[in-house]
Design a protein around this ligand. Sequence first.
Ligand code: ADP
Ligand code: MG
Length: 310
Amino acid sequence: MLNKEMLSIKIESLSHSYQQGTPFEQTALQNITFTIEPGMFLGIAGRSGSGKTTLLQHLNGLLKPTSGRITINGSTVDARRMRDLRRQIGLVFQHPEHQLFEETVFKDISFGLTGTGLNAAAVGDRVRESLAVVGLSEDILERSPFELSGGEKRRVAIAGVLVMNPTVLVLDEPAAGLDPGGRREILDFISKLRSERNITVVLATHDMAEMARFADRMVVLNNGSIALNGSTREIFRDVEALENAGLEPPQITRLMLKLKKVLPEANDGILTVEEAIVELKRLYCEGWRWGDYDKRFADGPLSARQFDAA
Ligand code: ADP
Ligand code: MG
């Protein structure tokens, strides 16, 4: 049995081709190497078709590497070990609501606990606990999953993975296709879950604002290869590299990079509006204190023209 608290997952020179050996062979991943450390919030970024889903499906054994390997705490994952690992590495599929199939929400959420030997009371406790994490009330339990709203369905599907108490939660575009309120709710409870339970989170998205807000580190995929791998702040400093991978930093990050061109003392690597507000206040107060901006921008405060030219 693996230690439940600490899974260090190493992906080593992993490549994957679909329909290998047929005329339809398609290489989806090429020579992927990176490590997922315990407790990390790792973002897998990349435009559509870059290989995110293919990569995530290797993490719990749904797909097997065509070459290369995955090791967990130093040992290669074989079929025997996979059963055990599936309980610890929970994968929430892209559009998980399509996987709801039971008559009631309760049955859907508890499905994964079948055959685990837990008694009915313990199963009920686990289901209610997971339901609370995703912010749904208990009166939903006896309803049919098919009657729920899009956001509710998705939360039920996520609860069905959380019920297994995974130590690593892998999410494939969990907020895609939801309205802004639904997106925020999903991402907020994922980050809350992570801080409360100290689990590892691997989140794939093509939404860079989500990435900036939540991920500590990022792996950026482009055409099945790793284009960038590093801390989120470092990666968002390099607009050109991101653009080469078909992605753009969030608008606020781009705005603050532009500001830095006219005010070199401005910090770059600003990831959220909240960080930008703190930084703008700091710049404003310091500029005012030094009486410096008047001299540098002789035709008045930073003009629209200067900013446009940056
Ligand atoms: P992403 O999740 O980043 O959109 P995917 O992993 O879904 O990327 O796809 C990566 C590449 O693999 C794409 O070129 C896609 O067309 C191809 N692909 C994905 N699934 C299959 C499949 N089942 N059979 C053949 N090719 C596939
Ligand atoms: Mg995908």
